[in-house]
Design a protein around this ligand. Structure first.
Ligand SMILES: Nc1ncnc2c1ncn2[C@@H]1O[C@H](COP(=O)(O)OP(=O)(O)O)[C@@H](O)[C@H]1O
Ligand SMILES: [Mg+2]
Length: 216
């Protein structure tokens, strides 16, 4: 059976879909068989992300087509149980602000719960709150890791947030996913930061590759 990685957070707009799409891309690049499930019914941003490259249509002469995604993005009901067995990794992109009951269910289904969080005081507070609940649930707590994202590339805000959370006993990924516009461009084009024209595209992709190695 595949390793199931669920991505959730207390707040919306923290970078769940960005992380889900890019992690799936990094696993696929390593030759792993990966599927991304989009369970965010309201926005469906991973599904829309995947649809965007196709929707952009044929490029003008002299321009290359956006590369798109080289792994499937499916809706919650599109995955056949038979297909699951062949997978190495299943990534679940969820809607933000899950109800407590939904979180418990997620913990039951996932091997790993990733909680992206930016380093602002507000987001760290929300993340701490979510982690507090999860740590009361022994199974869920064990499976949960925070990943700091949208980390300012300059300064030490990421490192400091990582240490502060760890001091509270929270498991935090070593890798800091930094704030780069390459991710926004990738979302607009329906592709990965790796494949956009941007001077920091490689730096962005390096963060993701490092995180993927840390997780599996
Ligand atoms: N590491 C990052 N660097 C720069 N922008 C980011 C990063 N992660 C996410 N974003 C941007 O933040 C916004 C919200 O991200 P998204 O992944 O859609 O969040 P969520 O799925 O949690 O709602 C998007 O505009 C996205 O491009
Ligand atoms: Mg999303």
């Amino acid at each position: 059976m595949p390793k199931v990685i669920a991505i959730t957070s207390e707040k919306g707009g923290v970078g769940k879909s960005t992380l889900a799409v890019h992690l799936a891309g990094a696993f696929a690049e390593r030759g792993l068989h990966v599927v991304l499930i989009d369970e965010d019914g309201r926005v469906g941003s991973s599904l829309r992300w995947a649809a965007r490259a196709a929707a952009l249509g044929t490029p003008a002469p002299g321009h290359s087509a956006p590369r798109g995604l080289d792994f499937p993005v499916l809706g919650p009901d599109d995955i056949k149980p038979k297909k699951l067995a062949d997978l190495d990794v299943l990534i679940i992109d969820t809607e933000g602000r899950p109800k407590r009951k939904e979180l418990r269910q997620l913990a039951g289904r996932a091997d790993l719960i990733l909680v992206p969080s930016a380093t602002s005081a507000l987001e760290l507070d929300a993340t701490r709150e979510l982690l507090e609940f999860l740590s009361d649930e022994t199974e869920a707590g064990r499976k949960t890791r925070v990943v700091l994202t949208r980390v300012p590339p300059v300064g030490r805000a990421g490192e400091e947030a990582r240490e502060d959370l760890r001091d509270l006993g929270i498991t935090v990924c070593n890798t800091l996913v930094r704030l780069y516009s390459a991710y926004q461009k990738a979302a607009e084009l329906g592709t990965l930061a790796r494949d956009v024209r941007d001077s920091r595209a490689e730096a962005a992709w390096d963060d993701i590759k490092q995180l993927s190695r840390e997780l599996l």
